[in-house]
Design a protein around this ligand. Structure first.
Ligand SMILES: [Zn+2]
Length: 102
């Protein structure tokens, strides 16, 4: 979704995930609009809930998909972190021993 910044007048692309999160906040908090920061000057740009809903009419489904994607990613990330921690543990011990011997 392309937005024109009302402060610096530059065009910037609104990230879909950010737009969906904004819609979620609008729905949950009963807002009429949501502020998105400009890519160029970081100042807030108000986007009305109507405009967001027009752009993402199936935002609820897409938001659910996004959460599922995030959960999958977190799982993968946790496995990688665990793997990294395990492989890190061994060489450290060996290094310590070597230092003591010297
Ligand atoms: Zn701007």
């Amino acid at each position: 979704m392309q937005l024109k910044c009302s402060h610096c007048s530059k065009m910037f692309a609104l990230n879909k995930d950010a737009a969906l999160a904004g819609m979620y906040a609008i729905e949950n908090e009963g807002l009429l609009r949501y502020d998105f920061p400009c890519d160029h000057c970081q100042r807030a740009n108000r986007v009305s809930s109507e405009r967001l809903e027009e752009t993402y009419p199936n935002w609820k489904e897409e938001y659910d998909d996004m959460l599922k994607r995030a959960a999958k990613f977190e799982k993968k990330q946790a496995a990688l972190t665990k793997q990294a921690a395990e492989s890190k543990g061994k060489p450290k011990k060996e290094k310590k021993k070597r230092n003591r011997n010297r």
